[in-house]
Design a protein around this ligand. Structure first.
Ligand SMILES: Cc1cc2nc3c(=O)[nH]c(=O)nc-3n(C[C@H](O)[C@H](O)[C@H](O)COP(=O)(O)O)c2cc1C
Length: 223
C-alpha cells in the first residue's frame, strides 16, 4: 500500500469554476467580495501565509487577518518574534490566502507597517483574557525548556493580574500590510486558470490605497 505522499504525482483535482473576467473594480471591492464567498466555504478564511525576509532568505508562517480597510491587511503578533524582528528590520512582505476549497488564492506583495498603538490596544482589549495573559508570558520564537516552564510562567501571570485588566505588553501588537501588488487567482479547467494582477498604474512599486481605482491597473496573466 502506498502512502499518500508516494502518490503525489498522480494526485490531481480538476478545477472548473465560471470564467473570471476583467475585475472592473478597485482591489478592495474584489477582495471583500471573494472574502464574503470564502467565509461560506473555507473553515478559517482569515488564515493567511505571511512571508518575511532575513539575511538567510524568506520564511513563512500562518497568521490571522484581523482587520481590512483601504490601507491594507492587519494582523497581530509579537514584535520580538522571528517575523516581528524581520519585518521591523526589512518591511518587505508577501501574503497568501490559500482558499483551495474555492479553487482560489489571493497573493499580495507589499510593506509591513507597525500599527498605531491605539489600534493594538483596541484589539488586545477584546481578546479573551487567557490570550491576553499568554501574550504577556510568551517570548514568541525564543527557546523554552519545556511546557512545565511555560505553564509555571502562565500561572504566575494569572496570579499577578488577578482582579485587574491585563495590560497589552509593548512587545505585542499589529502590523498592517500596505500593498503594491495583489493578484486574484481562480482555478479553471485544463490548468488554464484565470489570473488577474493589480499593479500600480504608474508602474511604480509604491504602496497605494486599495480603494483608489486610479492607482491600480488589472492585467490578465498566463496561468
Ligand atoms: C491557523 C493559525 C493561525 C495563527 N495565527 C497567528 C497570529 O495571528 N499571530 C501570530 O503571531 N502567530 C499566529 N500563528 C502562529 C504562527 O504561524 C507562528 O508559528 C508564530 O507566529 C511564530 O512565527 P515566527 O517564529 O516566524 O515569528 C498561527 C498559526 C496557525 C496555524
Amino acid at each position: 500500500m502506498s502512502e499518500p505522499v508516494d502518490r503525489l504525482p498522480q494526485t490531481r483535482k480538476s478545477y472548473d469554476s465560471s470564467i473570471f473576467d476583467h475585475p472592473d473594480t478597485a482591489p478592495l471591492t474584489l477582495f471583500r467580495q471573494w472574502y464574503d464567498e470564502a467565509a461560506d466555504h473555507v473553515r478559517e478564511p482569515n488564515a493567511m501565509t505571511v512571508s518575511s525576509l532575513d539575511e538567510w532568505g524568506p520564511s513563512s508562517r500562518i497568521v490571522l487577518l484581523k482587520g481590512l480597510d483601504e490601507r491594507g491587511f492587519l494582523f497581530f503578533t509579537d514584535y520580538d518574534s522571528a517575523k516581528g524582528r524581520q519585518l521591523r528590520a526589512d518591511p518587505r512582505i508577501a501574503v497568501n490566502f490559500p482558499w483551495q476549497d474555492m479553487e482560489r488564492q489571493v497573493r499580495i506583495r507589499g510593506l509591513a507597517e507597525v500599527a498605531a498603538p491605539e489600534e493594538s490596544d483596541a484589539y488586545f482589549a477584546v481578546r479573551p483574557r487567557g490570550s491576553q495573559i499568554g501574550a504577556n508570558v510568551s517570548k514568541q520564537s525564543q527557546p523554552v525548556v519545556g511546557r512545565e516552564q511555560m505553564q509555571a510562567e502562565y500561572d504566575a501571570a494569572v496570579a499577578e493580574f488577578d482582579g485587574r485588566d491585563v495590560p497589552r505588553p509593548d512587545h505585542w501588537g499589529g502590523f498592517r500590510v500596505r500593498v503594491f501588488e495583489i493578484e486574484f487567482w481562480q482555478g479553471q479547467q485544463n490548468r488554464f486558470h484565470d489570473r488577474w494582477v493589480f499593479r500600480r498604474s504608474d508602474g511604480s512599486h509604491e504602496v497605494a490605497n486599495l480603494d483608489d481605482v486610479t492607482a491600480w491597473t488589472a492585467t490578465r496573466l498566463y496561468p
